[in-house]
Design a protein around this ligand. Structure first.
Ligand code: G1P
Length: 271
């Protein structure tokens, strides 16, 4: 059973400057709803019971967004606006699920995940990267059902343009299971076009085993001077741990770049 999810939120969001110079990118609205709420709703709908936010001192605004009870209470006391009451009860529902840990030096996703080590209770847990929105189908829910069937790690996959492989983690396939799923032979963080084993990219949904923490503890900086989760996953695969790549059916929206962020609002408004 997958009960816990981790959302790394300590990144600086430089690709979304100037918005992120004062604001947390995950709190930017996408078609009138905060981006992070789409991710939370995906978790809740997938049956997740606890969500661990990795934030930093610089991103305390995220905590404030969920812990602003007094502000809501004052407004509701003054006028009984049903919309505000609804929003408040929604925020309270989220708040009950969330725990916070801190990563004050942004040293990469691998380092961020390591900060949650003492909070993870089960053998497997879910990670969602908040820049990666997947709409129309709940990717996490589907991945959990695959995990329940095959009892192993599962990661989201999407075919990308060959010229863009340098931007992603890239899979090498071992064997197809069916049309949407395959066993992973290897995964490489941001390879050159020449050395990329495929154009199947890693998208930010991972079901990983608790034993990844042993690898993360040993990990040195990789590509771009960051500690990548991909490098520890690679190590586990080498040790014989089974990983499935899931080619999801939903629509992917890249909210981490200005172009993608603007496009995501347009796409969601069409739903
Ligand atoms: C991260 C991962 C990468 C993955 C990508 C998906 O990269 O390291 O393997 O393909 O997310 O969005 P980042 O976006 O942090 O550069």
């Amino acid at each position: 059973m997958i009960r816990q999810a981790i959302i790394p939120l300590a990144g600086l969001g430089t690709r979304l400057l100037p918005l992120t110079s004062v604001y947390a990118k995950e709190l930017l609205p996408i078609n009138g709803k905060v981006g992070l709420e789409y991710i939370l709703d995906e978790c809740i709908d997938a049956g997740i019971k606890e969500i661990i936010f990795i934030i930093s001192k610089k991103k305390k605004l995220i905590k404030k967004y969920f812990y602003n009870d007094n502000f809501y209470k004052k407004i509701i006391k003054k006028k009984k606006d049903s919309r505000v009451i609804n929003e408040y009860s929604k925020i309270k529902k989220y708040k009950k699920l969330i725990k916070f840990v801190y990563q004050n030096n942004p040293k990469g996703t691998g380092d961020a995940i390591l900060k949650t080590k003492n909070l993870i209770k089960d053998k497997f847990f879910l990670i969602l990267l908040p820049d990666d929105l997947i709409i129309k189908k709940n990717c996490s829910k589907k991945m959990i059902s695959i995990h329940n069937r095959y009892k192993c790690s599962v990661m989201a996959s999407m075919k990308v343009n060959r010229n863009t492989v340098k931007r992603w983690g890239i899979y090498s396939k071992k064997k197809n299971i069916n049309r949407d799923n395959f066993y992973i032979k290897d995964v490489i963080e941001k390879p050159d076009v020449k050395s990329a084993p495929s154009n199947n990219a890693v998208i930010g949904r991972y079901i990983l085993p608790k034993k990844i923490f042993t690898q993360l503890k040993k990990k040195q900086k990789g590509k771009g001077g960051e500690i990548h989760i991909t490098d520890s996953i690679r190590q586990l695969i080498k040790q014989g741990e089974q990983f499935i790549g899931h080619g999801f059916n939903g629509k992917y929206l890249d909210c981490g770049t200005m172009h993608g962020y603007i496009k995501s609002s347009l796409e969601i408004s069409k739903l």
